[in-house]
Design a protein around this ligand. Structure first.
Ligand code: S3P
Length: 428
């Protein structure tokens, strides 16, 4: 079924954003490895996080849904996972596969992890190489670069490792492997990436220490606890941009995670002239959250590069939509990582926004968008990529004519209820 998007005058009212995807994954993983019970509230019931739940059930963990967004886990302790009877399926989720590989590398059993066609095309060598250096045996196509990956877990050695890319998934995989090592694991990132794993490991009682760009974990036990997941700023991003580029918006988003490693989009949009204000900033466990108020704004083009990129890596498709509605040129560079996401997002965002009338071109590591202040509307594809799908919908809300999106079901990967949330605040 296709999704038809008709232009709207604005987004008004209040919304609570579903739980953060990255934090929901980690809550299940650490809860599974902890001693005692963990209850996760505002868990994201998106397909990616449900893949994580299924994988840990297959590893012997008792996980119950009290309702769609409350999950109770009986932790099995660091040494309590069981050999899975079958192949573990990470679905579309890179976070599930990469973090799981870190955990499986330290288990005294054999396992195999696979995923859907998109995930089987994404590079895993960045994770399997350092895990092999720690002592695990990992096999897969092209030197264990592509799933399915078979893992013969071993007692791991502590080590120091310099990450070749600013990837929180890679950093997290190695920190999780560090729980099973015989000494400290020290990882140094080229630029700061999201730090949810470090924060949550500390909250579960692990010995984690940060010194500049280096994080060290000393093998430690975890103690189960309750986690209240903040709203996902990467999901809020679609509503924020939709509100900015439609003319009569005044939208409040409650309880959005504002961890500084994730707020690059807010910094860039503010620089572009966006009227976004934060209030009621507070802590939800180890993560900061705030209420955001967003009003229609005239945006200006800008340059986005360097240390900003890891802080808004998932928001670049929707930032490109904002840039198309801005006055002047926006240049995004240092973002070659986008080529190995759920789709090659530099190509797919360029293709789909071009169909809607945008003046956009891709470079090897970024995008150049000449803002014209308007888009025409048209017929687009999602490429099975949830963030491309939602970026197209946002563009369609502010376009001159109707937009049709083919293959929209992938939106459920990270934002179940996206179209209903939009309908509840859109002014026809
Ligand atoms: C994620 C990290 C990012 C991000 C992904 C989720 C995570 O990937 O794109 O959606 O939960 O750690 P990389 O760390 O590989 O850039």
């Amino acid at each position: 079924m296709n999704l038809t998007v008709t232009p709207v005058r604005g987004l008004c009212g209040e919304l609570t954003i579903p739980g953060d995807k990255s934090i929901s994954h980690r809550a299940v993983m650490l809860g599974a490895l902890a001693d005692g019970e963990t209850t996760v509230t505002n868990f994201l019931p998106g397909e990616d996080c449900l893949s994580t739940v299924q994988c840990f059930r297959a590893l012997g963990v008792d996980i119950k849904h009290a309702n769609r967004t409350t999950v109770r886990l009986c932790g099995r302790g660091r040494h309590g996972l069981q050999e899975p009877a079958d192949v573990l399926d990470a679905g579309n989720s890179g976070t599930t596969m990469r973090l799981l590989l870190g955990i499986l590398a330290g288990q005294p059993f054999f396992s195999v992890v696979t995923g859907d066609a998109s995930l089987r095309r994404r590079p895993m060598g960045r994770v399997t190489r350092p895990l092999a250096e720690m002592g695990a045996l990992l096999l897969g196509r092209d030197g264990a670069n592509y799933a399915p990956i078979a893992v013969v877990g071993r007692r791991l050695r502590g080590f120091s490792y310099r990450l070749p890319v600013a990837s929180a998934q890679l950093k997290s995989a190695l920190l999780l492997a560090g729980l099973f090592a015989d000494g400290p694991v020290r990882v140094t990132e080229p630029l700061p990436s999201r730090d949810h794993t470090e924060r949550m490991l500390s909250a579960f009682g692990a010995l984690v220490h940060r010194d500049g760009l280096t994080v060290t974990i000393t093998p430690s036990r975890l103690q189960g606890r309750d986690i209240a997941v903040p709203g996902d700023i990467s999901s809020a991003a679609f509503l924020i941009v939709a509100a900015l580029i439609t003319p009569e918006s005044d939208l409040v988003l409650r309880g959005v995670g504002v961890n500084p490693t994730r707020t690059g989009l807010l910094d860039v949009l503010n620089r572009m002239g966006a009227a976004i204000t934060l209030s009621e900033t507070r802590m939800s466990g180890s993560e900061p959250v705030a209420d955001l108020r967003v009003r229609s704004s005239a945006l200006r083009g800008t340059v986005v590069d360097g240390a900003l990129i890891p802080r808004l890596i998932d928001e670049i498709p929707v930032l490109a939509v904002a840039a198309a509605f801005a006055d002047g040129e926006t240049v995004i560079r240092d973002a070659a990582e986008l080529r190995v996401k759920e789709s090659d997002r530099l190509t797919t965002v360029c293709q789909e926004l071009t169909k809607l009338g945008a003046d956009i071109r891709e470079t090897p590591d970024g995008l150049i968008i000449r803002g014209t202040g308007r888009l025409q509307g048209g017929r687009c594809q999602s490429h099975g990529d949830h963030r491309i799908a939602m970026a197209v919908v946002v563009a369609g809300l502010a376009a001159a004519r109707e937009t049709v999106l083919e293959d929209p079901d992938c939106i459920d990967i990270s934002f179940p209820g996206f179209t209903e949330a939009l309908k509840s605040v859109c002014l026809e």
